[in-house]
Design a protein around this ligand. Structure first.
Ligand SMILES: [Zn+2]
Length: 446
């Protein structure tokens, strides 16, 4: 049985969907004002692994991933670029979809844009106003956290410890726990917003960030729904506020399981603008790595542990992935499944999605000379891991190079090292590199 670590309550729990046989899940999508970085990508790969594993377990899935296309950052940067908000965010939406595809992340069933759900947001805000939980201030409409008794439960903050003298309200979308206070639902128009505003019954303005996710999740998934995922940085204030808004407005529980993945560090340091280590997918591919090398690297760590990104670690991931593919491509199909290995794989994944363990099982099978059903079993495991182990390489190694590689393998078998080295040089002159592994030679473009 699948166990997942629920941030709400902070323990591993047996997963039991609200409705038998189907799972409704929501993942906070990107703010489309820039290219996503590898920290963002880890969150989406993690949500994808969860989604794929639930499918593996025969659940019917409905997953929603929103696109934040209006907030402080999108407005600020679209103005800088001299473009309309729509033009500006379209560019990054397209880039994001390409990144998802490259990382082999399955597309969620619904990918709603915030700007297309303003009416749904207003409905929730109106309900909160009617109940006296939200109130109007001079610059916007705010949620009064003292009116919601469960406030702070997800992120474990004690309202009694609110910093004395802290301002009573926060108008920014992002802030930290020490500034916890009434948060903004609707921001009244200021001239900095340019042409971004909606004329509505609650006033001219635009939504705060948190209300966007409450509106889009419950519209497509109902309330309550099963799983909400996201990076650990979203626990406070974003997810805390989503809970407050949705539960206070509808007097119903919001989400059963809150699952959060940890940070990506770069060279053991937090990614930050000042260090310039916000790597994007393009930075990775420009150095000759594939997006799936990065995916493999992500899977080598449990999602609830910090992942330290280094170029060496990525190099190791690349080699491992190539070796696995090399083995997989040589397998013959006996049309059988090796249930023993599938059981072992499932045991690892059932334990809060232990992907490093699952990879170990995959490797054990790959190296098992006597096992039956290797090809179909690896294929089944890969339906969860998403490494495209059996897909043919797009880059075809020219026949001439293949012939030289084969000759070189023979030379190595004869322990004719001189000939082997000469052939390696020849191959390199043609633009290819040979790596020797336990499972034979692996060729790659230089
Ligand atoms: Zn969200």
């Amino acid at each position: 049985m699948l166990k997942l670590y629920n941030t709400l309550g902070r323990k591993k729990q047996t997963f039991k969907p609200l409705k038998k046989g189907s799972v409704k899940m929501y993942v906070c999508g990107p703010t489309i004002y820039n290219y996503v970085h590898i920290g963002n990508l880890r969150a989406y790969v993690f949500a994808d692994i969860l989604r794929r594993y639930l499918k593996f377990k025969k659940y019917k899935i409905k997953q929603v991933m929103n696109l934040t296309d209006v907030d402080d950052k999108t407005i600020r940067d679209s103005q800088k670029a001299g473009k309309t908000l729509r033009e500006f965010t379209n560019k990054y939406k397209k880039a994001f979809l390409e990144d998802m595809d490259a990382m082999n992340i399955e597309k969620p069933e619904v990918m709603p844009r915030a700007t297309e759900h303003i009416q749904e947001m207003i409905k929730i805000i109106q309900k909160l106003l009617d109940k006296g939980i939200a109130y109007k201030a001079e610059d916007g409409i705010y949620f009064s956290i003292k009116k919601f008794k469960d406030y702070g439960k997800l992120s474990n903050i004690d309202l009694k410890n609110l910093k004395a003298g802290a301002s009573k309200r926060v108008s920014k979308d992002e802030y930290d726990k020490s500034n916890a206070n009434d948060f903004v639902l609707w921001k009244f128009y200021t001239k900095e917003d340019g042409d971004v505003f909606w004329e509505t019954k609650i006033g001219k303005g635009r939504p705060g960030w948190h209300i966007e996710c409450s509106a889009m999740s419950t519209k497509y998934l109902g309330q309550p729904f099963d799983i909400h995922t996201g990076g650990i940085d979203l626990v406070f204030p974003h997810h805390e506020n989503e809970i407050a808004q949705s539960q206070a407005a509808n007097k119903k529980p919001f989400v059963k399981y809150w699952i959060h993945n940890e940070w990506v560090l770069v060279d053991n340091k937090k990614m930050s603008k000042s260090l310039g280590n916000f790597y994007k997918l393009k930075d990775i591919t420009e150095k000759g790595f594939t997006p799936l090398d990065l995916r493999y690297l992500f899977l080598t760590k449990i999602y609830r542990q910090k992942l330290n990104f280094t170029w060496e670690a990525l190099e190791t991931a690349k080699t491992s992935l190539q070796r696995l593919k090399n083995i997989a491509h040589k397998l013959e199909d006996d049309n059988r499944i090796n249930q023993g290995y599938i059981d072992e794989f499932e045991k690892a994944m059932d334990d809060d999605l232990n992907t490093p363990k699952a990879l170990q099982v995959l490797w054990k099978l790959a190296r098992d000379k006597k096992a039956h059903g290797k090809l179909q079993t690896i294929k089944k495991m890969d339906s969860v891991l998403g490494l495209k182990l059996l897909e043919e390489e797009k880059i075809k190694i020219p026949e001439k190079v293949q012939k030289l590689v084969k000759e070189r393998e023979e030379a190595r078998e004869e322990k004719n090292w001189k000939k082997s080295d000469d052939l390696r040089d020849k191959i390199e002159k043609l633009g290819y590199k040979v790596n020797d592994t336990d499972e034979g030679s692996v060729v790659e473009e230089i």
